[in-house]
Design a protein around this ligand. Sequence first.
Ligand SMILES: [Zn+2]
Length: 254
Amino acid sequence: MKKRHLQQSSLFLCALLLICICIGAFSSLKPAAPPAAVPAGAETGGQPTVYLTFDDGPSKVTGDILDYLAEEEVPATFFVIGIDSDRGKTLLRRMVQEGHAVGLHTYSHVYSEIYASPDAFFADQKKLRDYLKGVIGYSPAIFRFPGGSNNYTAEGWVLDGICAEAQKEGLVWFDWNAVAEDSGSTAAPPGEMAENIIQSGGDKERIIILMHDNSIRTTAVDCLRIIIPYYKEKGYQFKTLTPTTEPIQFNKVE
Ligand SMILES: [Zn+2]
């Protein structure tokens, strides 16, 4: 009687085990749950991120900037103008080859022309897009307004018109939330530039730094020699801007 009871118990346990295995097998056959919606800024992986951006290049200092970025293995974004020369083309190709992003600034960078009307702005931008397509093989979909999207040189209707058209065309403009204040008529001392960046950027999770890549700005690399190690030490990662990066925009179109 006791033996029979034991046999029954064993059978029951075996059956239970079999059911468990079956449930396990079937549940593993079920399709994977769809991935959760990607929250804004997910490309940073939750890590504080610095986006180094350089306006107005390529220039005589671009090579030095690229050399140092390569040494530190840090990518950056260059909002370029129309420098139609062999040296300019070589530098643009080098930016792309070394993993940096190229964005549009404007071809001429002449405020009175580009900000005459939204049409004038896009005519200039098209010239730059066509030029870059020929040099680097693609036409960037990110851009930066000379002076920022809320600059005081252009009239409001022009800036708003540019923003509205850009949004329609899927072009993304990026302003900034940290500045080197390196736009003076002479090169700024690198320590001051670094301090300006660190003060204006604060402890933000995402810092878009505005610097200039311009032949007068001969101290840009020395400034980078301060801020790149500084942000690395603080646990920041460095990324390029892309059309899907959550932008910082002074002027928004609702
Ligand atoms: Zn500029």
